[in-house]
Ligand binder design. Structure first.
Ligand code: IPM
Ligand code: MN
Length: 351
């Protein structure tokens, strides 16, 4: 029997609750499709940091690197200063495992409410390919004359030819595999960020020459936000840098029904990838059994797809589609008409 070694990082806040449901679904679907998931849990996050001062050790990283894939709940704790855990755990893992793509599908399922007037599932179906190891997330910075009225804060964006090219190439390959319009849109800001996006634009049109079957388009990031709301059907694959990708995928999550359903994959096509609900740790809902686990379940689906368990992944997606169409009232925390654990059970019942 095929066995996959999965690393599990429940993390902070509601992370453990949603991961528990995702694992429930993974175990059920693995039985049905005759494969095994061997789970190794890692205690990472705010609680461990507050107890031991440890954020992420080299030994944690070595263990995680040895897995076939990783499922992560959420990182971020109200008692820890912003940045310590996010940079020390989540971003460090993305960088150390060289997960250079953050793949974030934006799909509206039937029966799910979108705040977009007159838009339905046929209009909202695209994917954002976010560069995940560079940009403002990787740049240095510092202060000049800190604490004085003349203070200057500098924050650099790093864009390497290699990093930009591998990301753009991934987007074109991905567009080829999707059965939508076969279009890649570069989202940038060539009119202001004339160094970074000059490189992005040059590489984009250069790589595009190798994909004559795929249409290309360019949108500034501000206009991208506008079109995502006004005409989301324009998009098939959007490729963009780390910061813009972060921002536009929160907007994407909202138009697909909210953080309760939005999942993403931190992908290293040649290495270990890490899948997560994109919504964060939602501390105020912690331990209340009200948080929506569908995003974490969908993250598990993306993970299985990448591991090659395509049928099992399809089963999970179909179960999610049924649950949101027939049963779950609202995707928001506390409004589902079901507890977190019951949503997991519901998905299992549809497998
Ligand atoms: C995300 C999150 C992270 C990011 C934070 C928690 C560092 O917002 O995965 O989108 O900015 O990448
Ligand atoms: Mn984000």
């Amino acid at each position: 029997m095929k066995k996959y070694n999965i690393g599990v990082i429940p993390g902070d806040g509601t992370g453990p609750e949603v991961v528990r449901e995702s694992v429930k679904v993974l175990e059920a679907v693995s039985k049905k499709h005759n494969f095994q998931v061997d789970l190794e849990y890692y205690d990472l996050g705010g609680d461990r940091y507050l107890k031991t001062g440890e954020v992420l050790t080299d030994s944690d990283i070595e263990k995680i690197k040895s897995r076939d894939a990783v499922l992560l709940g959420a990182i971020g704790h109200p008692d820890v200063a912003p940045g310590i855990l996010e940079k020390g755990i989540l971003l460090r893992l993305r960088f150390e495992l060289d997960q250079y793509i953050n793949l974030r599908p934006v799909i509206l399922y039937e029966g799910v409410d979108t705040p977009l007037k007159d838009k339905g599932p046929e209009d909202i179906d695209f994917v954002v390919v976010r560069e995940n190891t560079e940009g403002l997330y990787a740049g240095g910075g510092g202060f000049l004359k800190k604490g004085t009225p003349d203070e200057i804060a500098i924050q650099e964006s790093i864009n390497t030819r290699k990093g930009v090219e591998r990301c753009i190439r991934f987007a074109f390959e991905y567009a080829r595999k999707r059965n939508k319009g076969k279009k890649v849109t570069l989202c940038g800001k060539t009119n202001v960020l004339t160094f970074a996006f000059d490189l992005w634009e040059r590489v984009f049109y250069e790589v595009a020459k190798e994909y004559p079957d795929i249409e290309t388009d360019y949108c500034h990031v501000d206009a991208t936000c506008m079109w995502m709301v006004k005409n989301p059907e324009f998009f098939d694959v959007i490729v963009t840098d780390n910061m813009f990708g972060d921002i536009i995928t929160d907007l994407g999550a909202v138009i697909q029904g909210g953080m309760g359903i939005a999942a993403g994959g931190n992908i290293n096509p040649e290495g270990v990838s890490m899948y997560e609900p994109i919504g964060g740790s939602a501390p105020k809902y912690t331990g209340k059994n009200v948080i929506n686990p569908l995003a974490a379940i969908a993250a598990g689906q993306m993970m299985l797809e990448q591991l090659g368990e395509v049928k099992a992944a399809e089963d999970i997606e179909n179960a999610i589609k049924k649950a949101v169409k027939n049963d779950i009232k609202d995707l928001g925390a506390g409004k589902m008409g079901y507890g977190t654990d019951e949503v997991g059970d519901l998905i299992v019942s549809y497998l």
